[in-house]
Design a protein around this ligand. Structure first.
Ligand SMILES: Cc1cc2nc3c(=O)[nH]c(=O)nc-3n(C[C@H](O)[C@H](O)[C@H](O)COP(=O)(O)OP(=O)(O)OC[C@H]3O[C@@H](n4cnc5c(N)ncnc54)[C@H](O)[C@@H]3O)c2cc1C
Length: 235
């Protein structure tokens, strides 16, 4: 579907600690997209100049009348400040859908999704849409985050876990506080234990550039075909 300008309205905001929020944005027009794609959000800087920032769509294409964006704010960021001040009822412009980070058929069994931070956003969309279509392959999500509060979209992950037996998640916390009983460390340290890379196994990676590069190299070195490793790298 060709990218177009749309007007969206903030319908709901779910906060994850101080830094991240999920924005449910209602759209009056029909908006089609492929899971994994992003939209450009139009923002004005303090001098009134129009800026654009990319945000992956976290909702499923089967959700009609709205999309969801997961935003982790950075200190002093223009879009970060915009989203920090956004309230239910505010409206703004988006351009989309855009991007070539999409599901490639046929899908392997198992298929891996590896993300850190808000890199989980396109995977919630991809995983939900695959399962809603009835995919029977084993889907394994390896997800890294800093503290318990940074386990973004946990409510979605828990709902998917309850509904689909072929989905599993390996959450990895890098800086646990309190009673976390799961894996501790960086996602990159768990690649060897969590993933059995066969030549035809597919892996989708999304998050910080360094993590994505490191995981890609590790998977390819251990036998995964580089044609089956799909990446989205942010800054
Ligand atoms: C295809 C694509 C999809 C994306 N999807 C998402 C998404 O779903 N959710 C999301 O939160 N972001 C996503 N991003 C990143 C997003 O587009 C912005 O870059 C990010 O929100 C920062 O924008 P800003 O205007 O607040 O910061 P800017 O005003 O651009 O930058 C302010 C300062 O912060 C630094 N900075 C920028 N990004 C980071 C960072 N990640 N960590 C630390 N410092 C940083 C800059 O170097 C600069 O010094 C995506 C980017 C791309 C290219």
């Amino acid at each position: 579907m060709a990218a177009k300008n749309y007007r969206v309205k903030v319908a709901k905001i779910v906060n994850y600690g101080e830094r991240s929020s999920l924005y449910k944005l209602s759209i009056d027009e029909e908006f089609g997209f492929s899971p994994g794609q992003f939209v450009m959000v139009s923002i004005k800087d303090k001098d009134g100049r129009e800026m654009r920032r990319a945000y992956s769509i976290a909702s499923s294409p089967n959700d009609k009348g709205f999309i969801e964006l997961l935003v982790t704010r950075v200190e002093g960021g223009i879009a970060s400040e915009f989203f920090k001040n956004a309230k239910v009822g505010d409206s703004f412009g988006i351009l989309g859908p855009m991007g070539v980070f999409k599901i490639r058929e046929p899908i392997s069994d198992p298929v891996y999704f590896i993300a850190t931070g808000c890199g989980i956003a396109p995977f919630i969309s991809m995983i939900r849409s695959l399962l809603e279509k009835g995919l029977k392959s084993k889907i394994i999500l390896l997800y890294g985050f800093r503290h318990e509060v940074d386990y973004l979209c946990k409510e979605y992950v828990d709902d998917i876990l309850k509904e689909y037996q072929n989905f599993s998640v390996i959450p990895v916390m890098s800086q646990p506080k309190g009673k976390w009983k799961g894996y501790v460390g960086r996602v990159t340290s768990f690649i060897d234990v969590a993933i059995e890379p066969k030549e035809d196994t597919q892996a989708y990676l999304c998050g910080q550039k360094e993590m994505v590069e490191q995981v890609k190299d590790s998977l390819i070195n251990r036998g995964m075909n580089k044609e089956n490793v799909f990446l989205e790298k942010w800054s």
